[in-house]
Design a protein around this ligand. Structure first.
Ligand code: VGL
Ligand code: ZN
Length: 253
């Protein structure tokens, strides 16, 4: 009834929007999650073999220099952060139920795994490993910066980023990013939560196994299963990722 699109003529607007998905421009960003000393060998929250990801990540950067924007996330906690066992005087790895009244006087509940103090603002453990290539144009997003809320995801907290929003989503939108390639630490916490947020926000997500490590085998397996079910594309190594995405990457320039 009076719908101008119901006649037989080609509507130029509709026609333009109806491009096959394969012709849509894709733009990839590399997200390097928390490559900080406290998660590396000898750190306070050491992840097994974490240092082994540095070489492959640098290689990925060099090969795809012309094709990838890069951001880093940085776990950046105050000394009295809610995720620290020391804050609650309880043993490490306790899972604690937290009730918190937030600034908007909303009460929130979450289960918090208690960690050894790590990535404290200003400490060496908080800084990025020196062997990882960091270039001028790289963007850094800090998270877990407030005492009363945890943000495993580089986008922000687990409440759809309502209390801490790092700005990563807005930055990706400005850059017209469609695809996020995730590497870094740890697979079962910050990488997994970043991936879930990214999927929720409508990005395509890629994960390269040679460039990630997890805190524990069982949680890492669960995280990989969850991500895979949610549509995250998982590759063995850098070559596998490049081979599978070569055409799309080349379109982006
Ligand atoms: C992380 C535990 C606590 C991570 C951060 O980077 O995966 N894990 N804070
Ligand atoms: Zn943390």
């Amino acid at each position: 009834m009076g719908n101008s699109q119901s006649n037989n003529k080609i509507n130029p607007v509709t026609n333009r929007l109806a491009q096959p998905v394969g012709l849509m421009r894709q733009k990839y960003v590399l997200g390097i999650i928390d490559p900080q000393y406290d998660f590396m060998r000898g750190g306070s929250l050491e992840v097994s073999d974490a240092n082994d990801i540095i070489g492959p990540i640098n290689k990925l950067r060099f090969i795809l220099y012309d094709y990838l924007d890069v951001f880093f996330s940085q776990d950046f906690h105050p000394v009295d952060h809610v995720s620290f066992a020391s804050t609650h005087n309880e043993p490490v790895l306790t899972v604690k139920k937290i009730n918190q009244i937030m600034g908007n006087s909303k009460q929130i509940h979450f289960e918090q795994t208690l960690w050894p103090a790590h990535c404290v603002q200003g400490s060496r453990g908080c800084s990025f490993h020196k062997d990882l290539v960091i270039l001028k144009g790289d963007q850094v997003f800090q998270k877990g910066t407030m005492s009363n809320i945890e943000s495993y995801s580089a986008f922000g907290d687990e409440f759809a980023n309502a209390y801490e929003n790092t700005g990563l989503n807005a930055w990706c939108k400005v850059k017209k990013i469609t695809d996020i390639v995730l590497v870094g630490l740890a697979t079962d916490y910050c990488v997994c939560n970043t991936a879930k947020d990214a999927i929720r926000l409508g990005y395509r997500v890629h994960l390269i196994l040679s460039c990630v490590r997890g805190v524990a085998p069982d949680t890492t397996k669960t995280a990989l299963d969850t991500m895979s079910k949610q549509g995250v594309k998982i590759y063995g190594d850098v070559e596998d990722f490049i081979n599978a995405n070569q055409q799309e990457l080349e379109q982006t320039n």
